[in-house]
Design a protein around this ligand. Structure first.
Ligand code: FAD
Length: 257
């Protein structure tokens, strides 16, 4: 049996000349834990061309959704950015990943920190009712350079709080903190600096970082991950895994080549 499902594109949304998202059908046999990623791609010259992608959709949703970069000369995304409704996309049957609740020890506040397309795995996490059972407060932080890169902003602040299934949990427990670095916005600055200085927590009425209460999931550029891990380790946080849960978990949003 092939390790790939062929799904059909149902919707495509272009945010900017560098970012787009799309929805596809979902094979009923495809199961995943919210926060995981899988290999997706297209057939090119008779062979599958695949890259790692986080699921934006939650595991109870009927369709799959992905949020993608457009790399001008990227082998996959130079092609993927042209997909249209009705086209085929290959989706790997074996989701994996470290950004899962079971890799964290229990805590009170969960910080989900994503830069750029690093928001993707956290979209599936904030739609997961289980995360609101585990934590009193869930903070979703999305860092980008420009305002128009703040994808899903309207969905998070308007649609999600009114969602039939999880709207009430979202209204009482989710705090959304979009921040940009290169133009004035409701919040400005790098996530690492905002957390380390305590400004972000003060803006949201939360206490400064504390390993006894706070848990952190991080997804972004390799440089962002390095800074975040250094900052958390200075505060005594330890990295977790399913085999040994800890205070924070990390996943690269992409690999620098
Ligand atoms: C665990 C994991 C999860 C991932 N999840 C996603 C996801 O949900 N959405 C997504 O768009 N990409 C994601 N990626 C990156 C993705 O796998 C591909 O790299 C991306 O789709 C570009 O593919 P490509 O073949 O066009 O170019 P590649 O040859 O893969 O990449 C070329 C270069 O483009 C830059 N680049 C690649 N991806 C990104 C990105 N997302 N943001 C900024 N710069 C980038 C890097 O400098 C890279 O060296 C993930 C990567 C990993 C390791």
């Amino acid at each position: 049996m092939s390790n790939l499902n062929t799904e059909r594109v149902l919707e495509v949304h272009h945010y900017t000349d560098r970012l787009f998202s799309f929805k596809t059908t979902r094979d009923p046999s495809f199961r995943f834990v919210n926060g995981q990623f899988t290999m997706i791609g297209m057939e090119v010259e008779g062979r599958p061309l695949l890259r790692a992608y986080s699921m934006v959709s939650s595991n109870y949703e009927e369709n799959l959704e992905f949020f993608s970069i457009k790399v001008q000369n990227g082998p996959l995304t130079s092609r993927l950015q042209n997909i249209k409704v009705g086209d085929s996309v290959l989706v790997g049957r074996k989701p994996v990943g470290t950004l899962v609740q079971d890799a964290l020890v229990p805590g009170k506040t969960l910080y989900l920190c994503g830069t750029g397309t690093g928001l993707a795995p956290f979209m599936s996490v904030v739609k997961d009712p289980d995360v609101y059972d585990r934590f009193d407060t869930v903070v979703l932080i999305h860092g980008t350079r420009f305002i128009n890169e703040q994808a899903y902003g309207d969905f998070i602040s308007e649609a999600l709080p009114n969602d039939e299934l999880i709207g009430e949990l979202v209204r009482s427990k989710l705090k959304y903190y979009p921040t940009v670095t290169r133009e004035p916005y409701i919040h400005n600055g790098r996530i690492t600096s905002l957390l380390a200085s305590g400004k972000l927590q003060a803006d949201l009425g939360l206490s400064p970082l504390d390993k006894d209460n706070d848990r952190v999931m991080i997804c972004g550029s390799p440089a962002f991950l390095k800074d975040m891990v250094e900052m958390l380790e200075e505060h005594g946080f330890e990295e977790g895994a399913i085999s040994k849960p800890g205070h924070f978990v990390v996943e690269k949003a992409f690999v620098e080549k």
